[in-house]
Design a protein around this ligand. Structure first.
Ligand code: UDP
Length: 248
């Protein structure tokens, strides 16, 4: 299994896109259920206050470092993560891989029609992609039985869930025993980005670690949520300080 760096108690795995995709290929072949979480600083801070989410992040098969803040946190802790692995780029690479292997993909969540738009864009790019189904729905428990029936009837291998954190991952964890998929992944705003309803930061901004700034500029209403970013860096620095102190 791949190494991890423990950041505020969360095991963040040292995947690159390449190692993640080859691991996913093994998982699809072993036929067991696997769950991937795309961890960012916001996730990590929510997990500090929400015990069930924190516990879930210990159990899942992979916590990928979807946020430059996690790479920075690893560095503050004197360790390193090889690269940022975003949910949005993983979904696109996964679609390509799914098309090549014949894995069927189900797109759940986001606003009405967005999952379908995203799936159509990916299918145009990878014509062999088999879209098992698309449905907006909601993470509410009442809707779950119908959604689960629909997913299982679609014979999906991979389930992508865009209900935002932590709902999407709690939903997957709660119903994993009822789902016949082999891989499930919470994908946050990935469908919005792929469908183009939310613009993604230019590559150069992503490269220098400023995607969060672009997001704040495009979606200023997120400022309150994004305050968790500096709080995260502060929490990691304090954690590091304590660890050094205890080691003295
Ligand atoms: N979303 C949803 N139902 C909900 C809550 C959120 O479909 O009850 C969708 C929302 O439309 C968006 C996605 O969840 O497409 C993720 O939202 P956000 O951008 O907040 O996620 P992040 O990328 O920040 O985790």
């Amino acid at each position: 299994m791949i190494n991890h760096v423990r950041i505020l108690g969360i095991p963040v795995h040292a995947f690159t896109y390449k190692t993640l995709l080859s691991t996913i290929t093994h998982w699809l072949e072993d036929g067991e259920f696997h769950h991937i979480c795309t961890v960012n600083p916001e996730f990590a801070m929510i997990a500090q206050q929400q015990g069930d989410f924190f516990d879930l992040l210990q159990r899942v098969d992979a916590c990928i470092a979807d946020g430059v803040g996690l790479l920075l946190a690893a560095r503050i802790l004197g360790q390193s993560l090889p690269e940022r692995v975003t949910g949005t780029d993983t979904v696109q690479l996964l679609a390509e891989q799914a098309a090549a292997h014949g894995w069927r993909v189900y797109f759940l969540g986001a606003a009405e029609g967005i999952a379908q738009q995203a799936s159509q864009i990916l299918q145009a790019r990878y014509p062999d992609l088999q879209v098992a189904g698309c449905y907006a729905g909601s993470p509410s428990g009442e809707e779950a039985p119908a959604i689960i029936n629909h997913i299982n009837a679609s014979r999906a291998d991979i389930l992508l869930v865009a209900y935002g954190a932590p709902q999407q991952d709690l939903w997957i964890d709660r119903y994993k025993g009822n789902l016949n998929v082999k891989l499930a992944m919470g994908v946050g705003g990935a469908f919005d980005f792929i469908a183009g309803v939310v613009p993604r930061a230019p590559r150069w901004m992503q490269r220098i670690g400023l995607e969060w700034l672009f997001r704040l500029y495009k979606q200023p209403w997120r400022w309150r949520r994004m305050l968790r970013l500096p709080l995260f860096v502060l929490a990691v620095s304090r954690y590091r300080g304590k660890a050094i102190h205890q080691g003295e």
